[in-house]
Design a protein around this ligand. Structure first.
Ligand code: FMN
Length: 153
């Protein structure tokens, strides 16, 4: 039995966190699409959020021994948001939320068109969020992983 990382990433933010974590913990990381994990391995699962849902989570929970769940989204970190995601995804395992970003260059036409519109509604009059939904942005830093690393080391 060994410890491995499985990540699910559409536009790269989650992958960046997974690779940083893999390097830091010195354990392998595998893309969700190309998993080479035994059923006995302990899995750290990272995935992106769409409409409050952690994508691929239920499938992964059914198949593997998931020990920790890490969600990556565009919203700023807050304890409140962490709890909202925990409830929305019915999470009973150790759980972390990390801020990723929005990369419009990697999104398909539909999302490129509609995310700025939906975003205006979500951002309300928060200037930083309005800017993020308008132009995109990348908030991935190693510093955001501090708590995760401390927990897993
Ligand atoms: C259709 C759509 C819905 C999204 N919904 C959320 C959301 O509910 N909460 C959030 O924090 N981020 C949301 N995001 C932002 C993504 O979670 C964010 O871009 C994340 O960094 C993507 O990770 P990836 O680059 O690994 O694919 C959404 C993005 C899209 C395109």
């Amino acid at each position: 039995m060994s410890r491995v990382i499985i990540y699910n990433s559409k536009t790269g933010h989650t992958e960046k966190y997974a690779r940083m974590l893999s390097k830091e913990l010195n354990i392998p990381c595998y893309s969700y699409k190309n998993i080479k994990v035994s059923e006995n391995d302990e899995v750290i699962f990272l995935s992106y959020i769409y409409a409050s849902k952690i994508m691929g989570l239920s499938k992964t929970l059914k198949k593997y021994k998931v020990k920790v769940i890490i969600a990556v989204g565009a919203m700023p970190y807050s304890k409140n948001y962490l709890d909202t995601l925990k409830d929305a995804n019915n999470i009973k395992l150790p759980f972390f939320y990390l801020r990723g970003g929005i990369d419009y260059s990697k999104l398909n036409f539909v999302f490129r068109k509609f995310l700025p519109v939906i975003g205006k509604d979500i951002a309300k009059d928060n200037k930083n969020l309005l800017e993020l939904f308008k132009n995109g942005g990348d908030f991935v830093t190693k510093d955001n992983l501090k708590d995760v690393i401390n927990y897993l080391k």
